[in-house]
Design a protein around this ligand. Sequence first.
Ligand SMILES: Nc1nc2c([nH]c(=O)n2[C@H]2C[C@H](O)[C@@H](COP(=O)(O)OP(=O)(O)OP(=O)(O)O)O2)c(=O)[nH]1
Length: 150
Amino acid sequence: MATSAEVQPPRKLVLVVAAALLNSEGEVLLAQRPKGKPMAGLWEFPGGKIDPGETPEGALVRELREELTVEVEEQNLLPLTFASHAYDSFNLLMPLYVCRDWAGVPSGAEGQKLAWVDSTKLGTYEMPAADIPLIGPVQSAMKEINDVGK
Ligand SMILES: Nc1nc2c([nH]c(=O)n2[C@H]2C[C@H](O)[C@@H](COP(=O)(O)OP(=O)(O)OP(=O)(O)O)O2)c(=O)[nH]1
């Protein structure tokens, strides 16, 4: 006999897209999830859900404009890695892009705090569980870019 736990509907797959914005100081931008949102207070890579019919890159350009007031060209979004994580209520799939070129100065248009973080401090910010495996690849990308700049 099946128990109620066994007949839970399958968790839905939520597609989110995010960016590691890297500045000329060799830092990456993190945004703090605002109060009232799930996972409020945690630090994340800017981005958001992909709307129906959008490409991931199109969604990311839109999200960066809405959240940070910066303009990014799709050609400046370079795929880095992805997060795949089973949260309690949904499965997250989130491609992560590196972006080093944008127009404007990032500001938290939705009231979110922003932090430019150097590679050694990245692990000290509390992030969503899905983001933990992203820290290593982002640090490697930062190191590679900073080494080339020396
Ligand atoms: N942007 C972003 N979202 C992340 C990260 N890590 C992570 O688990 N998430 C999760 C948190 C949310 O459940 C989901 C993003 O959804 P969201 O609610 O912020 O997206 P959205 O901007 O479309 O917001 P909304 O329209 O639903 O208010 O992905 C990350 O690094 N960046």
